[in-house]
Design a protein around this ligand. Structure first.
Ligand code: NAP
Ligand code: GFB
Length: 361
């Protein structure tokens, strides 16, 4: 088992759980539109209609059916601050069941690789900054999302236990910061801050009402564009050789306040109305500033699509193709310095407006 962990000679059969969500759709796009599907490879993107992964029998069945060699495990009960605060028990139970079923089913079909997805909100709330990968278990997470956070921490425990007991199992995990992009959940009650603000700005524009930002606007967040996360996920799947997890994030210098995030949404949505702050609403965790030093060691030249007013753009597709032609090292991408509104946020807003009727909301 040991030596074939990253043997790339055999074509991969990749099963992506949660393949129909924000991150799953981004991986679909990058695999099909940028990287391409290689000779003999198979990519299967699951939704909850293919199998309820909280059910061990259904999970085993879908893995037996597809016999994956590689698994990207994204499926989870996911939500923003306010959904987490309402349902910590469900977030704990649903995610614990899903994760146990998926890792065991992958092990039973002898999948050589499983890359699971944690989140920077799982780190201890009382910590030093910037946060790094060694701090996962150093204390309780923020009280607003302890159910989700502890369930996600257990994925790291599973990966270490499979490696220890099942010699050579190389299951690992990535730790993204807050993710945004097309196909996100734009439900205002359950979703995250960016899709929430984009949807609220859309409605406020139509109704001529104020855009209400929840909380004080002072908390700080690092946002990663779903397409950038997808490219890095594919690099981890075939190149990253550790069981220990790796933070996938823009640099600390890209961290923005919620107020700055709201101003960027107002600019890109060309919202002309009043913006107010509802301080009766929770702020949640003040910050979770994460270091991407480990990622930069592996991928010194990976270029993120910036969130703040752009300093550079990815220009054409073939620049993005460069990333795949240089497999192994994170590719040489040169940048063009131009001052433009954030590309990532604009692509996300344009997608929402163009797909308003079918978007999750
Ligand atoms: P999402 O948009 O809510 O998508 C969730 C996916 O999981 C969907 O494909 C959904 O299928 C599937 N799913 C949910 N419950 C399931 C069940 N019981 N059985 C089978 N499939 C189920 O989530 P996302 O934002 O893409 O998140 C993907 C991963 O990234 C998650 O592990 C999440 O914890 C992690 N993450 C997300 C963020 C973020 O800011 N969004 C940040 C850090 C980490 P249906 O489409 O059929 O419902
Ligand atoms: O993205 P968000 O829901 O999650 O909220 P977290 C981020 C911040 O935005 C909070 C403020 O300070 C909110 O008070 N905010 C302002 C809003 N307006 C809005 C709005 O309209 N909607 C929302 N949702 N927030 C989550 C964790 O924490 O991060 C999850 O609870 C997950 O488990 C996710 O890990 C990535 O960043 O606070």
């Amino acid at each position: 088992m040991e030596d074939n962990i990253l043997d790339q000679s055999a074509p991969m059969r990749v099963l992506v759980t949660g393949g129909t969500g924000l991150v799953g759709r981004a991986i679909q796009h990058v695999v099909r539109e940028e990287r391409g599907i290689r000779e003999g490879e198979e990519w299967i993107f699951l939704s909850s209609t293919d199998a309820n992964l909280m059910d061990a029998g259904e999970t085993r069945e879908v893995f037996q059916k597809h016999q994956p060699t590689h698994v990207i495990h994204l499926a989870a009960m996911v939500g923003g601050l306010f959904k987490n605060m309402r349902a910590n028990l469900d977030f704990w139970r649903n995610n614990i069941y899903i994760n146990d079923n998926v890792l065991q089913a992958a092990h039973e079909v002898d999948a050589v690789r499983v890359v699971s997805c944690l989140s920077t909100c799982i780190f201890p709330d009382k910590t030093t900054y910037p946060i790094d990968e060694t701090m996962i278990h150093n204390g309780p997470p923020h009280k607003s999302n302890f159910g989700y956070s502890y369930a996600k921490r257990m994925l790291d425990v599973y990966n270490r236990a499979y490696h220890d007991q099942e010699r050579g199992r190389f299951y690992t995990a990535v730790i993204p910061t807050n993710v945004f992009g097309p196909h996100d959940n734009f439900n205002i009650k359950d979703g995250h801050v960016l899709p929430g603000l984009i949807h609220k700005a859309y409605i406020a524009q139509k109704e001529g009402s104020p855009l209400v930002v929840w909380g004080s606007g002072t908390p700080r967040r690092q946002f990663i564009y779903s397409l950038d996360l997808a490219r890095l996920f594919l690099w981890v799947l075939t190149e990253y050789q550790e069981v220990e997890p790796i933070i996938l994030s823009v640099g600390e210098e890209e961290e923005v306040s919620i107020k700055e995030a709201a101003e960027a949404v107002v600019e890109v949505m060309r919202f002309k109305g009043q913006v107010t702050y509802d301080t009766t609403k929770a702020d949640g965790q003040f910050k979770k500033t994460a270091s991407n030093a480990k990622l930069r060691q592996y991928c010194p030249s990976f270029t993120f699509t910036p969130f703040k007013q752009g300093t550079f753009i990815h220009s054409t597709g073939n620049l993005r193709k460069t990333f795949w032609e240089n497999s192994g090292e994170c590719g040489l991408v040169f940048t063009v310095c131009l001052v433009l509104p954030s590309i990532a946020l604009k692509e996300t807003c344009d997608w929402f407006v163009a797909n308003y009727d079918s978007a999750r909301k």
